[in-house]
Design a protein around this ligand. Sequence first.
Ligand SMILES: [Zn+2]
Length: 280
Amino acid sequence: MKLPFTLLSPSQENCLPLVFDSPHSGINFPSDFKSEVPLSQLKSGWDAFIDDLWQDAVKVGGHLLHADFSRMYIDPNRAPNDIDPALLDAPWHECQPTKYSERGMGLIRRYALPNVAMYKEPLSRAQIEHRIKHYYQPYHQALSATLAKLHQDFGAVWHIDCHSMKSKGNGMNIDNGVARPDIILGDNLGQAAGAEFVQVVEDAFSKRGYNVVRNTPYKGGYLVTHYGNIKDNRHSMQIEINRALYMNEKAFTPNDNYHNFKQDISQVVKDIADYVSANV
Ligand SMILES: [Zn+2]
């Protein structure tokens, strides 16, 4: 079976303990996915082009991991037991739904958009276990093995979890209807990444004219909280980019600014790599 992710690695000689991951830029739906929700609506959760925008990470010594499957199938940025029992055809003791499941967007989405249910029929435990085993776990294994190896080799590792956000939240978001800034950095309120590192990332964006906000409304999801451990020199932070900066949000196509924005991201990546390189 083909691996459900792509992992791009730098050359041996310029390898840095720096890892970027994009869990939501995949748009493949495995054949066991049965939903009547049209693709145009399933795309709402797609972090389109994020894997492409961060591509230069590899040139400066970083790794870049991105999922090939859609987060509407299973979401790597959730705890593996963040499952809404209402999705299931029978009780399952494994379910530990969190605030994400309550909003319809747990490990397995219950709603594609507000009031748009993903499934007509309940799912079986076996169907969900299949998604975990063949998609969720391989993604996490690739990420954790990459982070562990770099941490072992360098004594520290810096991880950036890359996302995009709609320019305005909808009814499933905690900031329904509010216009969002250009960039939101999430470090779990200072607990997942060192302050100096987060400042470097903030400066990299703000000096290029972007308005940057920290932790509001996104303080980082499961990936950042799960992999960040400052005491052990494992730094993990999330970057949310406003989609209006580089794409037509309705058509899901690059806009006229795409090329310019991608060049800015390449410069941001360089600043981040310079910081990591000076600290190993
Ligand atoms: Zn995302």
